[in-house]
Ligand binder design. Structure first.
Ligand SMILES: O=C(O)CCC(=O)C(=O)O
Ligand SMILES: [Fe+2]
Length: 230
């Protein structure tokens, strides 16, 4: 399924995914206005501006956390690729038999997620699944696989899943995924982080190769992070 590339509605009821999804390209350029449902057109355009600003701030902090120049992730075009995915999880009368979204890590560097008050998002901590508390107005920030690779394992991508919605009201969440704007450049651990004591743990790849493997699951049975691990 190549559905993350443009705005469209996908209704999937196969096992392991019980959500109705609306995807809209935010960047490098916002989707054509007629591809964005009229009811939320202005809000999506405004959200895009907020996501860009917050993304820039977070990328800066994450770079500083690694001892890198603040602009490094921005320079590598990771602020440019932005995709908004709105999930709608209908009421599931038998939540023990399925899940909302199966366990996964996000492929990009960072995800900004807004969830409502229904709950159901969980992160894996050791062997346990830990619920992510719903806090009104709060955003959840996920580190994704490519940031684990660029940081040479200093930051870890977070495994997460969403339980099927047992509340009678639907659950809604809105994720903004960042990705590389320049798809054919080589990406790998930041050279500044490499030393004889800390050799690169990953080989270089183009973002085109990376994202194609993610969507087509050509990973030799490995996770995305472990596929590029040396
Ligand atoms: O709905 C959520 O809370 C999380 C969605 C998610 O993990 C994803 O779209 O990758
Ligand atoms: Fe996710």
């Amino acid at each position: 399924m190549n559905s993350r590339q443009r705005s469209r509605r996908v209704f999937t009821v196969e096992s392991g995914l019980k959500a109705d999804t609306l995807q809209i390209k935010l960047g490098p350029t916002l989707a054509e206005l007629d591809e964005i449902p009229e009811i939320c057109r202005n809000e999506v355009a405004e959200w895009n501006e907020h996501v860009k600003r917050l993304g820039e701030l977070l990328f800066g902090l994450l770079c500083e956390g690694l001892g890198l120049a603040t602009e490094r992730l921005k320079e590598m075009s990771f602020l440019e690729g932005r995709m908004m995915v709105g999930h709608y999880y209908p009421y599931c009368p038998q939540p023990d038999l399925t899940v909302g979204i199966t366990s996964h890590t996000d492929p990009g560097p960072l995800t900004i997620l807004l969830q409502d008050d229904k709950g159901g998002l969980q992160i894996k901590h050791g062997e346990d699944w830990v619920p992510v508390k719903t806090v009104p107005g709060a955003l959840v920030i996920n580190i994704g696989d490519v940031l684990q690779i660029l940081s040479n394992d200093e930051y870890k991508s977070v495994e997460h899943r969403v339980l099927a919605n047992s509340s009678e009201k639907p659950r809604v969440s809105i994720a903004a995924f960042f990705s590389a704007g320049e798809r054919d450049k080589l990406y790998g651990p930041f050279p500044e982080l490499i030393s004889p004591q800390k050799p690169p743990r990953f080989r270089e790849f183009t973002y085109t190769d990376y994202i194609t493997r993610f969507f087509t699951k050509q990973l030799d049975g490995k996770t995305l992070v472990n596929y590029y691990r040396v």
